[in-house]
Design a protein around this ligand. Structure first.
Ligand SMILES: Cc1cc2nc3c(=O)[nH]c(=O)nc-3n(C[C@H](O)[C@H](O)[C@H](O)COP(=O)(O)OP(=O)(O)OC[C@H]3O[C@@H](n4cnc5c(N)ncnc54)[C@H](O)[C@@H]3O)c2cc1C
Length: 316
């Protein structure tokens, strides 16, 4: 039988048959404040709900960030404790890409999103996923529809993106097309009732249909996901989910999030060619239009004039 103790491990473990249950040195609190889920609605039928996290308990007066510091100090030793306060250490670790301490913190979400968003999301391979089975159960009648006022036009400069809005008539036509696609749902239901296998009948449903999954990821890989999917280049419909996730985890790991914003989200990567061009004042040593356009954007962000002779153009 285990005995709760405050004794150091070496004292309680002298008997090899003893299992020591060491109680915390300071009072602990639930970082989710006792909630079973912390949920935010997203799009028309979607949601992001934080279901659980690790660590779930943190010392009173700290945040779940303490777990990052705790694991980092295993590698750096007690000596570091004297010279680094927790915030400084978290910021140092993130700035210098010491990734494994951030993998000690995990978040588990329950998410409902359109199928086309799920397809982009599932590309992030480092998460653990369990999805609603449309072989086992009937797909619920939930489809994503943008509002008439938010039907985006195809971007001229970015083949992968939308930009601005289409005219009202074209937007209306698009919503009518979605109506027709959603109309297939009653045929789907009818045919499953007649005996068509659910795993096959679902083939007729459009990718605007909602799916759900549990998605668990450690903080290092979650930051990677967020840096890609909160970025303006990410599609709006996945970006709003990433933004919602970030909003839910920020109060739990505020120190890490502050470092993430300072050193990742709001930071910029400069290539060797770009550094050389800025230092020398000479044009960027490339004729690649996309690279030149990227450099132009960076120079604008930095508030510096692009070296003369760099003919930045939008990519062809
Ligand atoms: C704006 C945008 C546009 C995109 N457009 C397209 C597109 O047109 N077509 C398309 O197919 N995809 C596209 N993607 C998806 C993209 O190419 C990545 O597959 C996706 O973002 C996941 O990135 P990741 O592999 O870094 O992330 P994760 O899978 O989460 O992996 C995180 C990191 O873990 C490491 N890792 C994970 N698995 C492995 C492995 N097996 N081997 C080695 N290292 C591994 C890598 O360092 C990786 O960066 C797009 C993504 C974005 C954000």
């Amino acid at each position: 039988m285990t005995q709760p103790t405050n004794q150091p491990m070496n004292a309680t473990m002298s008997n090899p048959n003893t299992i020591a249950r060491v109680m915390p040195e300071t009072p602990m609190f639930d970082v989710m404040e006792g909630a079973a889920r912390i949920e935010k609605r997203v799009l028309d039928h979607g949601f992001v709900a934080l279901i659980d996290c690790m660590p779930r308990m943190a010392p009173v007066g700290k945040t779940a960030d303490f777990s990052i510091v705790q694991s980092a100090r295993v590698s750096y030793g007690e000596g570091t404790k004297q010279v680094n306060e927790d915030r400084g250490l978290v910021r140092y670790l993130l700035r210098h890409r010491h990734t494994t301490p951030f993998e000690m913190v995990e978040f588990k979400f329950h998410i409902a999103m359109p199928m086309f968003v799920a397809r982009q999301w599932i590309r992030h391979r480092t998460a653990n996923v369990n999805e609603y089975s449309a072989r086992y159960s009937i797909v619920p009648d939930r489809f994503y529809r943008p509002s008439l006022e938010s039907v985006r036009a195809q971007s001229g400069s970015n083949r992968q993106g939308g930009e601005g809005l289409v005219d009202a008539g074209t937007a209306e036509e698009f919503l009518v097309m979605l109506d027709r696609a959603e109309g297939l749902y009653k045929d789907y239901l009818g045919l499953t009732e007649k005996g068509v296998a659910r795993e096959l009948a679902r083939a007729a449903l459009p990718v605007s249909v909602y799916t759900e999954w549990y998605w668990k990821c450690d903080l290092h890989n979650l930051f990677h996901f967020l840096s890609l999917r909160m970025d303006p280049h990410a599609q709006y419909e996945i970006r709003v989910f990433a933004d919602a996730m970030y909003e839910l985890l920020k109060p739990i790991v505020p120190i890490s999030c502050e470092a993430f914003e300072d050193y990742r989200l709001g930071a910029m990567h400069l290539t060797k060619l770009e550094i050389e061009s800025i230092k020398s004042g000479k044009p960027l040593a490339t004729t690649n239009k996309r690279e030149l356009a990227e450099f132009e954007t960076k120079c604008a962000q930095l508030g510096i004039v692009m070296p003369v002779g760099s003919p930045a153009k939008s990519p062809a």
